[in-house]
Design a protein around this ligand. Structure first.
Ligand code: ADP
Ligand code: MG
Length: 341
């Protein structure tokens, strides 16, 4: 009898241990990082989560050191100050510059990683904002041409008087890299936000979709809609993220139209792209913002691998059919579905 009691106690202890271990597997592990000029939050579940978050944080800093346009010995700074010579770069840098050049082709020049000198002249890199005069913009635009960027296996070469910046792509790629680290560590459920670039691994631990709020560009402290997703990136480019009001009362924002060197003002104030690749979603959110209401819809009709939510400057919400039954419009804006085959 006593023996039975003892073994029952032992069994109970084992069960308790097993339960608490299963329970701790479900708990959220969180990590906040400030990098790439933005706040990043990561939340991961499962026994590999803590280790995964540590590796993810290291990877974020590694990528920042390679890709930053302001850190003096980053790959990008060395490319920009090489006076036209080829520069040896990391595999990450080569991949991203190459991606930048392909998206320039794919989006008819809307995404142009060499628009940086124009962006800097407006003060968007330093916060010392001013409206440049037309001659200055015209002179700087002569140097803007992603077609002149040459990428080798591990080298990048740009003309002596031009400069590149991967601000439109870097966070998306970082998100993909973090997802890969999570997967390698056995994490099956995670959610990250890299300054508004949201990326989800799997679904929530209870099996339901993640619910991601998308900001209302007219009142950025409130959401305009909520999308339910799993295993997707949700990336937004908005005119409310970095902007200033000029002496003329006009609002100028940080996404530049490479066609004229002014903040892109082609009918859209916010573009969210939803898809499998963070890099693709990031590149396209910026590019479709520049492309504007009509061209963005044309692009989306031809590329059904991604979904998108567009907001027009006259307050309409347009979203693609693939996300229609996963999107809840919580704004007062009228919504239209962009139908595709
Ligand atoms: P954010 O970085 O604010 O989340 P985006 O992904 O849209 O938003 O990227 C905007 C950044 O991309 C700018 O801060 C600038 O560095 C760069 N950029 C601005 N206009 C362009 C453009 N037309 N092509 C490529 N990069 C751009
Ligand atoms: Mg982008």
């Amino acid at each position: 009898m006593r023996k039975l009691l003892l073994s029952l106690t032992a069994l109970a202890a084992v069960m308790l241990f097993a339960c608490s271990e299963a329970k701790s597997d479900e708990s959220a592990h969180e990590r906040d990082v400030f990098a790439m000029d933005t706040f990043m939050t990561m939340k991961a579940y499962g026994s590999g989560a803590e280790k995964a978050l540590g590796s993810a944080e290291d990877r974020i800093h590694e990528l920042e050191d390679e890709l930053s346009v302001t850190e003096q010995d980053s790959d990008i700074s060395r490319i920009n100050s090489a006076g036209g010579e080829a520069v040896s770069v990391s595999a990450d840098t080569a991949l991203l510059v190459e991606a930048g050049v392909s998206y320039w082709q794919e989006t008819a020049g809307a995404l142009d990683i060499s628009v940086y000198p124009v962006l800097a002249e407006w003060g968007f890199t330093t916060g010392e904002y001013h409206v440049p005069d037309a001659e200055t913009i015209a002179r700087l635009l002569e140097k803007v041409n992603a077609g002149a960027v040459e990428v080798g296996a591990d080298t990048v070469q740009i003309p002596a008087d031009s400069m590149i910046d991967l601000g439109a792509l870097a966070k998306g790629y970082t998100g993909d890299e973090i997802m890969a680290i999570f997967r390698d560590n056995g994490v099956k459920s995670a959610m990250i936000s890299l300054g508004g670039n949201v990326q989800a691994l799997g679904s929530k631990p209870d099996g339901s979709d993640w619910r991601v709020g998308i900001k209302d560009p007219f009142t950025p402290d409130t959401n305009m809609c909520v999308v339910s997703i799993s295993d997707k990136a949700v990336v937004t480019s908005g005119n409310y993220e970095r902007y200033f009001t000029g002496d003329d009362g006009t609002v100028y924002w940080h996404i530049i139209d490479p066609k004229d060197g002014y903040p892109a003002d082609n009918g859209l104030v916010s573009v969210t792209v939803i898809g499998d690749s963070g890099l693709r979603c990031d590149a396209l959110s910026t590019a479709l913002f520049v492309a504007g209401t009509d061209e963005a819809q044309t692009y989306l009709r031809e590329h059904t691998d991604v979904d998108a939510v567009l907001v027009t400057d006259d307050g309409r919400l347009l979203y693609t059919d693939g996300i229609a039954d996963k999107l809840e419009n919580v704004s007062s804006m009228p919504a239209e579905v962009i139908a595709r085959d």
